[in-house]
Design a protein around this ligand. Structure first.
Ligand SMILES: NC(=O)c1ccc[n+]([C@@H]2O[C@H](COP(=O)([O-])OP(=O)(O)OC[C@H]3O[C@@H](n4cnc5c(N)ncnc54)[C@H](O)[C@@H]3O)[C@@H](O)[C@H]2O)c1
Length: 266
């Protein structure tokens, strides 16, 4: 007989666009129980008429003791939130973007020291993960590559976490992309986008578009003599992220590791 588990989940940023979609998903999932909702917006009100929205993250964690929290807050708060999860040995699924490379390295160290698992995924949609993997494969065969990412105009960080993760995956197969083939001059600063490089290697231009109408899209463009390859992914709505979020919650409940990128648990 299969024993069903009930995982106690906390949602941090519960009133936001992503957080409220996660709340709906947790409520509908028979293996998940919503025990904690935290948001600095509408604190004191309730979600689904029963879970009070807490303002104090650490107090909420200590009172409700979730097995796993899911964080979709904002770039300016995520590093501090993660330190609170790790200090209190709470496993966390992090969807919030904007973490810097040095911060991710420190989180990995703290996760090990505190023996507390964490999954950081700049993108939870399977189509986007495949787009990144296809781009990484194509990188072996093309000399030039640029990324254009498109998001709604409420997004605070640029470029997106997904575009940075894509560039990192591409660089594993080609760390010496070319830019133009002649000396370039920008007559308007930023016209050629931002250059993603690590240790002076990489050279992938990233362009960020922000406007109403988009949820999240990305195109990776490869060029070589006489040919262009475009790999494009569109997010139509926020439901597309939810199967990845649920997968991460279940994985983390059973495992206790540091993971960066959903592709590592698919
Ligand atoms: N990983 C992914 O697949 C994925 C997908 C979409 C968006 N994102 C990222 O998720 C994050 C949230 O996006 P969104 O569109 O839902 O934003 P949003 O602004 O709609 O929601 C953020 C919520 O967090 C709350 N919040 C902010 N700081 C807080 C704090 N210190 N404590 C408690 N609550 C706090 C805000 O009040 C708000 O309700 C962004 O970083 C975005 O880039 C990731």
């Amino acid at each position: 007989m299969e024993i069903s588990i009930l995982i106690k989940v906390g949602v941090i940023g519960a009133k936001g666009k992503m957080g409220s979609t996660v709340v709906d998903t947790v409520i509908k999932d028979k293996n998940l129980e919503l025990v904690l909702a935290v948001d600095k917006f509408q604190a004191g009100q309730t979600v689904y008429g029963e879970i009070k929205i807490e303002n104090n993250l650490e107090k909420g964690l200590l009172d409700k003791k979730p097995d796993v929290v899911v964080d979709f807050t904002q770039p300016d708060t995520i590093f501090e939130n993660i330190k609170i999860y790790l200090k209190n040995n709470i496993k966390s699924v992090i969807g919030t973007t904007g973490l810097k490379k040095e911060q991710i390295e420190e989180i990995q160290k703290l996760s090990k020291e505190n023996n507390t698992g964490i999954i950081i995924a700049p993108n939870f949609s399977i189509g986007a993960i495949l787009m990144m993997q296809f781009a990484a494969t194509a990188s072996k065969y093309f000399s030039n590559a640029e990324i254009i990412e498109y998001h709604h105009n409420q997004k605070k960080d640029a470029p997106s976490g997904t575009s940075i993760k894509t560039a990192q995956m591409m660089m594993k197969n080609n760390d010496n992309f070319k830019l133009g083939n002649c000396p370039e001059t920008e007559t308007i600063q930023g016209a050629r986008g931002g250059n993603y490089s690590e240790d002076n290697k990489g050279n992938i231009q990233i362009h960020a578009v922000r406007m109403p109408g988009f949820v999240a899209s990305q195109q990776v463009i490869f060029g070589a003599d006489g040919q262009v390859l475009k790999i494009h992914h569109d997010t139509i709505n926020r439901e597309c992220y939810m199967s990845g979020v649920v997968l991460a919650i279940n994985y983390l409940y059973k495992n206790n590791e540091f993971i960066y990128g959903l592709e590592n648990i698919l």
